[in-house]
Design a protein around this ligand. Structure first.
Ligand SMILES: [Zn+2]
Length: 175
């Protein structure tokens, strides 16, 4: 098993990765950034196993990146602390990098300026009006790449159900 920590590294990037570098963590943060805050909603939105979601959220809470806030008797939502909000530029940089290099069918998700609908650049300015933007100034919507991605997902699901059906038929024949 791989070590969870980077003890041999004298580097702040290694320390950061110990908190946000585990699988799913950045995607959990992305969703919280985009307004998904309840455990059940995060679970549904990400399709991640509940125990993984739980341990990631616990670490993020322990590290003060997110905080649990009650919204009802005994129910909590996860909100970003100011330390957590500082990760927004890093997340935007990753998103735009992926858009450039790994979005052959167009960008799946667009982050936009509430006031004018312009897109957010990785320098956190608005492409259209040039304003510097904070997290409160933006919203998101599906982009042109999302449709193609959905299509491929459906195709994959169909293919795997056909394979499963074949496997079942095969077993029947063998028996
Ligand atoms: Zn704008």
């Amino acid at each position: 098993m791989l070590d969870r920590t980077y003890d041999s590294q004298a580097c702040s990037m290694a320390r950061s990765l110990e908190v946000v570098g585990e699988r799913w963590t950045l995607l959990i943060l992305r969703d919280i950034f985009l307004g998904v805050r309840k455990f059940e909603d995060l679970h549904r939105s990400l399709g991640v196993a509940r125990n993984i979601l739980q341990t990631r959220l616990e670490l993020l809470t322990k590290e003060g990146v997110v905080e649990k806030r009650p919204y009802q008797e005994g129910r909590y939502e996860y909100c970003l602390t100011s330390k957590g909000r500082e990760l927004w530029p890093a997340l935007m940089a990753l998103l735009r990098w992926g858009d450039r290099h790994y979005a052959p069918h167009g960008r799946p998700r667009l982050i936009k300026h509430r006031d004018c609908g312009g897109e957010v650049t990785e320098h956190l300015t608005c492409e259209k009006c040039g304003k510097s933007l904070t997290l409160q100034d933006v919203y998101w919507e599906w982009g042109p790449g999302a449709k193609e991605w959905e299509k491929q997902k459906r195709r994959r699901a169909r293919r795997s159900s056909t394979t499963k059906a074949k496997a079942v038929t095969g077993r029947k024949r063998a028996a």
